[in-house]
Design a protein around this ligand. Structure first.
Ligand code: NAD
Ligand code: ZN
Length: 252
């Protein structure tokens, strides 16, 4: 765990009422019981997520990919937001400059009450027509758990649906890129619970730093970007944010 002195540096920054952006990754949901991809529980039936979360995997075997997503949806449906989600939601409520960008697809930030979340990698609770047929909307919500059929089919063309998430090797929605880039024009940028290995999301913290933001990483482990961060708080998101809570309540 980081020292009181480290935390004091962040508290001092908060005292200047900085325009704040937070980027979160799977580590923020770990305490809720949602497995991270790189943690020891990241595997499913001996498949690595990187073998399943790709358009090629879906093309090859849509049922296998959907079985994995159906399993993850069931797992997430049984989870509730943790202290990290709650503190960030309260920060969001109190501070009109606050923006939350998440790589998580689980929807737990929204469930905790954070509004206008920039969902960098989409949502596991949304689906899209795989063929992108003309009659279907670009994406829509479907939170049936478990799914009635695998793979689920498009009500407009009867073709397969795909999960509304961004897979490895796919581009990010340009509107989401635009909102995220705008959010890097801040004064305080926190990157929380992400391994900082997946780009372009990982590049946001560096971009914020170039724009003059004070950058903070909260993670129990070092990441490839740790050395370029202004303040590293070694600890779990739910613990560090909980410790910050009283100060946050005074300042904002
Ligand atoms: P990752 O699995 O690559 O890395 C997780 C990071 O969280 C690690 O650096 C680990 O040290 C850290 N961590 C673990 N427990 C923590 C805690 N309690 N507090 C703070 N940090 C903790 O996750 P990633 O960087 O988000 O990248 C994986 C991609 O997979 C993401 O883009 C995301 O779309 C997807 N994913 C999403 C979820 C979800 O929605 N909850 C879960 C797994 C993967
Ligand atoms: Zn369709």
């Amino acid at each position: 765990m980081s020292t009181d002195l480290d935390l004091a540096r962040l508290v001092e920054r908060l005292g200047t009422r900085p325009r704040t952006t937070v980027l979160t990754g799977a580590g923020v949901s770990a305490a809720s019981g949602v497995p991270t991809f790189r943690g020891e529980h990241g595997l499913w039936k001996s498949h690595h997520p990187a073998e399943l979360a790709t358009p090629e995997a879906f093309e090859r075997d849509p049922a296998l990919v959907w079985e994995w997503y159906d399993w993850r949806r069931q797992q997430i449906a049984a989870c509730t937001p943790n202290r990290a989600h709650a503190v960030l939601a309260e920060w969001n409520r109190r501070d009109p400059t606050f923006t939350l960008v998440t790589q998580n697809v689980d929807g737990l930030h929204e469930l905790a009450g954070t509004t206008d979340v920039v969902r960098f990698h989409g949502s596991i609770w949304e689906v899209r027509c795989w063929r992108a047929c003309a009659a279907s909307p670009s994406r829509w919500r479907d939170d049936s758990v478990p799914l009635p059929s695998i793979p689920p089919t498009c009500p407009h063309c009867d073709g397969p649906l795909r999960p509304g998430v961004v897979w490895f090797g796919e581009g990010i929605d340009p509107a989401v890129i635009a909102r995220s880039e705008l959010a890097t024009r801040c004064e305080l940028f926190l990157t929380i619970g992400t391994s900082s290995l997946v780009y372009p999301a990982a590049g946001l913290v560096q971009q914020a730093r170039r724009h003059g933001a004070f950058t903070v990483e909260i993670n129990p482990e070092a990441t490839p970007l740790s050395s370029g961060i202004d303040l590293v708080l070694r600890g779990k998101a739910e613990d560090v944010l909980d410790t910050l809570w009283p100060q946050l309540m005074q300042i904002t």
